[in-house]
Design a protein around this ligand. Sequence first.
Ligand SMILES: Cc1ncc(COP(=O)(O)O)c(C=O)c1O
Length: 466
Amino acid sequence: MMRVEASALAVLLGQWHPESGPAHRALSEALQRLIVDGRLALGVKLPSERTLAETLRVSRTTTATAYRNLVASGFLQTNSRTRAVVTLPATALDTLRPHCVADVIDFSSASPAAPGELIHAAFRAALDYMPRHFAGNGYERAGVGELRRAIADRYRQRGLPTGPDQIMVTHGAQHALALVTHELLPRNGRVVIEHPTYPNAIRVFLDRSARIIPISVAEGWDAERFSAANRSADLTYLIPEFQNPTGLTMGEDVRRSMRLSSPTIVDETLLDVEAGLHPFSPVTPLAAYHRQVVTIGSLSKSVWGGLRVGWVRAGTELIDRLVRSRNLFDLGNPVLEQLAAVELIAGGRTRDEGPRLARHCALNALGTALSTQLPDATYSIPAGGVGLWVRLAEPVSTRLANTAPDHGLLLAAGPRYGVGGAFERHLRLPFTLPENELRDGVDRLAGLYSEVLAGRTGHHPPSSIA
Ligand SMILES: Cc1ncc(COP(=O)(O)O)c(C=O)c1O
């Protein structure tokens, strides 16, 4: 069972101290907010009352009473011998149930529907090709040669010489991120992240009890600050193309002037997910400038999340280590899926014009709906990615996410994209849904926003983000 260490919990809690009223109440409310909006996942074990009290520099009575409050309201379970475990009150689950069947618009996830014909064609070709693999035993721990070559060729075309032995195929970028992190990040190590960043990456780092060093990218990447932080970090995590959630892309000058002397994971999951009227000018992969960079990629956003095909590009020695450590969890990807991925990657289908223009139109539809329904919200229009990082006039993001299911809407609160309770004024809204759903969703959001400003709150389990 996953546990969160006291130091990591202190980072998540941020500024929780009360301006007035008892500290135990402020602490239990702050913990409840973390549970309700998903930053503390269900089933996670909390630190002992004593350790948390020492870390937060409060009395043991404060943490014990805060935990007791949460047990009483159904947000924690305890027994005398084990640590407190995060749970949800039965009433919260009951209120969610009707929404599972009603027409719910999911703004918490930003993942495109499948391009059906393209995927069918890729799997048909893969099935015809597959008998060439039947003489082997099918365990391709690093990935089938054809796919490793196709991925390496793509890096070469982007100006980054790469051999197939520098590639390991994974079950998507999340799998790649978890494997590389477990290999490179010591327990309690220091991790530099862009702030905001992809929430499931934060979870991977917290699972290693990492000390997180957030660096703002509100104005883009400050090469000096990232370079200085990287020098004393064990790991740095960057999303240089269409950054999730801001949509920003790191310019060529910043890529060149960054100094990355310690291990850095560059997540290129969104690389091909352009949303402009015209193709984006290619930018040099960060790994072409910096030897320390380990790159991860995926077909989830450029084609479809259901393919579950991703990869790691690294030096051959690290790839060998990753292949060995992967054995603990699984013994490779299915051959058929990998051969279908070859069709898509070698055929250049991850950068088709049709989906790019569809994203462009959806982005415009979302922007138009926002300017009419939520005119106080502000955002920059990205050249690609899957969502808009919207700044609200009021800091009510968590309350919106908690109440949204009552309006047939799922939202991921802004603070899930950061640490220390930041981004209460932000929401990431996806433009991966059909235009009519985007308009309906913004309608519901506007109604919800007025209700929340009028004082309503709700209790719903957090939705998972992708
Ligand atoms: C930046 C980033 N990295 C990784 C992932 C996970 O990708 P996959 O579905 O390939 O595991 C996502 C999904 O949203 C993402 O946005």
